[in-house]
Design a binder for this molecule. Structure first.
Ligand SMILES: CC(C)(COP(=O)(O)OP(=O)(O)OC[C@H]1O[C@@H](n2cnc3c(N)ncnc32)[C@H](O)[C@@H]1OP(=O)(O)O)[C@@H](O)C(=O)NCCC(=O)NCCS
Length: 184
């Protein structure tokens, strides 16, 4: 299934989601250099704009090969990339996928990731014909769990010491939404 051959622009009330380009490197660096943004994700805060360029290059390769990838989140009011959201993996044989995201700190707690994730979930069910969309967050990152719940995802359990992040084992919460939950 070539889900990503034609990664479309997805519009929401205040945002649009689109493929990243090299021109976004400055915007991506601006928020990815923030240690608080990187605290609960599996990448380290970027130390230079060339690290942000490397990340974008990696995403562009995924677009080219039609692999699961992330959209840039554009804040329409400033025409600026303020985060990313996308699919970490897809299992066509199970019609399942996992989503992940991050957002510039000055935009936190304004409902922005909820708006982006709702749009991506809709895209996943309506255009990609998925049956199950998962997301995980570190137990000590409760804001991310709040986003998942606001998008109708259900908590399915805690995975103890599931990942190593920044050199430490971390507990992780698993959430998912099924097509039948979405249709209700
Ligand atoms: C997690 C993150 C995506 C949230 O995005 P956001 O746009 O701020 O999310 P929203 O504004 O849609 O919702 C945030 C919710 O978390 C709640 N929240 C914020 N801080 C919280 C905390 N410390 N404990 C509990 N809830 C918290 C807010 O009150 C809000 O819920 P509400 O609308 O019910 O009041 C954003 O903080 C982020 O990108 N963090 C850095 C990267 C990251 O952690 N990515 C996720 C990896 S799983």
């Amino acid at each position: 299934m070539d889900y990503f051959q034609h990664t479309p622009v997805i519009r929401t009330q205040r945002l649009h989601l689109r493929k990243l380009t090299m021109k976004d490197a400055g915007d991506v660096f601006e928020y990815s250099k923030d240690p608080l943004v990187a605290e609960h994700v599996l990448w380290d805060a970027h130390r230079s704009v060339s690290e942000s360029k490397g990340y974008i290059r990696y995403m562009m390769r995924k677009y080219r090969y039609g692999e699961p990838s992330s959209w840039g989140i554009v804040w329409d009011a400033e025409e600026k990339v303020i985060g990313t959201i996308g699919f970490m993996w897809i299992q066509p044989e199970n019609a399942a996928a996992e989503v992940g995201y991050s957002l510039a700190r000055r935009f936190w707690n304004r409902g922005i990731m909820t708006e982006a994730l709702q749009a991506l979930i809709r895209y996943g069910f309506e255009e990609m014909h998925l049956n199950r969309i998962e997301a995980i967050h570190e137990t000590d990152n409760p804001a991310s769990g709040a986003v998942m719940r606001k998008c109708g995802m259900l908590h399915e359990g805690t995975m103890r010491s599931k990942l190593i992040n920044k050199g430490k084992f971390v507990d992780v919460e698993l959430y998912a939404i099924l097509r039948r939950d979405f249709q209700k």
